[in-house]
Design a protein. Structure first.
Length: 166
């Protein structure tokens, strides 16, 4: 019985030594209409295996990226929908006798609502496009009118020349 306890202690010792040192503190910054930059504290325990960055769009957690370098503590999540709310978490996987994933505390899960495209920006862009179209149409009409006037002058000159000829 004592041997079994000792063996269990030896097997689980790396887990106890790593403790929650594998947990990271997560922050979100540079929130745009389609992306979020995540950064977190570096893993300070031993036996680091990898970081796993997860995204939750309300339908459940999906793995966005696996990072194998403990010194990389930033990741940009792209391809997100504007004005939507997303949650993010970084799980640290520590290699001991078996790989153990340290799930973040709830306080280390970041929820962000992406920026929406501003209506005023869309209206200004639409107005600019309309003005460009009007200018192009007006220029084309003026060129056609000038060409018609030139053709009429040429025809009048030809008629005059024919009438002056004996």
């Amino acid at each position: 019985m004592k041997v079994r306890r000792l063996l269990t202690l030896i097997i689980l010792l790396p887990v106890f030594l790593a403790g929650n040192a594998a947990a990271v503190t997560l922050n979100a910054s540079e929130v745009s209409t389609s992306s979020v930059t995540l950064s977190w504290t570096e893993h300070d325990g031993s036996g680091f295996d990898k970081y796993e960055v997860y995204v939750n769009d309300g339908l459940g957690w999906t793995l966005d990226r696996t990072i194998w370098d403990s010194f990389i503590t930033e990741h940009e999540v792209t391809g997100l929908e504007s004005s939507e709310t997303y949650s993010f978490k970084v799980t640290t996987v520590v290699y001991n006798s078996t790989s153990i994933a340290y799930e973040p505390e709830d306080s280390n899960i970041v929820t962000v609502t992406l920026e929406g495209i501003e209506t005023s920006f869309l209206l200004m862009t639409l107005l600019f496009v309309v003005i460009i179209v009007i200018v192009l149409l007006t220029t084309t009409s003026m060129k056609k009118a000038a060409a018609r006037m030139e053709q009429e002058k040429t025809e009048e000159a030809e008629v005059e020349e024919e009438s002056e000829a004996p």
